[in-house]
Design a protein around this ligand. Structure first.
Ligand code: ZN
Length: 347
């Protein structure tokens, strides 16, 4: 069993994430930041968990917030299960965010991602080459003494000398680029503060400056808000949705309606005409309020959607006229409110 003492002694003063994650990482957007943190903890695995663990299990990589390791010893697999909470906690604290949720045994990978400083360096170089425009101007931009210091401090944080040098170089370029961008009128993103090129609308004062990453995040939040309105009020038309979600265009509403129809349909079994979900599906698809939800409409709509509905095991495709009523029966069905529709009205 691992001694607690050893564990703490081996990791004196674990670096505070805020000090190891430079500003330039944040400025490059959440995806880059996560990847950077992931690679950082993989590279420093031995320092995080200590020699004792690092000697006995081989770290492979991280997939979907699961830290994967290999060990040929069943005793060590048990040990790892016991140590899981501690390892998860240490890794996440080192990363400064939730980088893993669990630790799991896997087979041995041909090319483990872990501890590969070379891979980290290669990835950083590749990211560095993505730096946009202003190349000449950037090279000429000079840094203040304080900025020079922060570059040196960052470079000194990495235990691998070459990696440290590379981090310093990239951070220096980042600071230079920011100066040039400011000179060219780039503005801080309203959400994350990263400098972003202003669009014509921003320049005219019609919109606030938002970087591409945050724009994408805002768009997804808007789509989620539209789906929420459509879930609560399936018969809402675009203008009504726009009352709750500013900027919801008819096209956006139609897209999210189609998405919800697909999702609901996969949860409604063929033949189900009474459940809340079935009625919601009909209202959503036909854009009908509950007071117009007649038996006939429900029958016809669910029949129309038969190919996307969830099928029970003994499902047989029905004949159209065994489902949809005609003549007197049909007239009655057209006038009768569907079962459950009244409950919906009461809500
Ligand atoms: Zn942003």
């Amino acid at each position: 069993m691992l001694e607690k003492k050893k564990f703490t002694r081996r990791t004196p003063g674990l670096e505070v994430p805020r000090t190891i994650i430079p500003r330039w990482v944040k400025g490059k957007g959440p995806e880059f930041e996560m990847e950077y943190r992931r690679r950082w903890v993989l590279t420093y695995w031995r320092d995080i968990v200590g020699d004792y663990i690092a000697r006995n299990v081989e770290l492979m990589g991280i997939r979907n917030k699961t830290l994967l390791y290999y060990s040929g010893s069943s005793a060590w697999n048990n040990e790892m299960r016991l140590l899981m909470p501690q390892i998860v906690d240490k890794m996440n604290r080192f990363a400064g965010c939730e980088i893993i949720r669990e630790v799991r045994l896997t087979r041995r990978w041909e090319k483990p991602e872990a501890g590969d400083v070379l891979a980290f360096r290669a990835w950083l170089r590749q990211e560095e080459n993505k730096v946009p425009d202003f190349r000449k101007e950037r090279r000429r931009a000079s840094l203040s003494p304080a900025e020079d210091e922060s570059v040196k401090a960052l470079a000194g944080k990495a235990q691998d000398e070459e990696l440290g040098g590379l981090l310093g170089t990239i951070y220096r370029k980042h600071l230079q680029l920011k100066k040039v961008q400011k000179k060219h009128g780039w503005l801080p993103c309203a959400d994350c503060g990263a400098l972003t090129e202003p669009t014509p609308k921003v320049l005219k004062g019609e919109a606030e400056a938002v970087c591409p990453h945050c724009r994408a995040r805002r768009a997804e939040a808007q789509r989620a808000a539209i789906r929420k309105v459509l879930t609560d009020i399936p018969w809402a038309r675009p203008p009504q949705v726009a009352e709750f979600v500013p900027g919801a265009t008819p096209k956006l509403v139609a897209e999210q309606r189609a998405m919800l129809v697909q999702k609901l349909a996969s949860q409604v079994e063929f033949g189900d005409k009474k459940s809340l979900k079935a009625l919601q599906l009909v209202m959503l698809f036909r854009v009908l309020p509950p007071e117009q939800l007649t038996e006939d409409v429900v029958e016809r709509t669910l029949y129309h959607l038969r190919y996307v509905l969830c099928k029970p095991k003994d499902y047989k495709a029905p004949k159209r006229y065994s489902v949809i009523k005609t003549g007197k029966e049909g007239a009655k069905a057209r006038e009768t409110l569907a079962q459950g529709a009244k409950d919906f009205l009461k809500k």
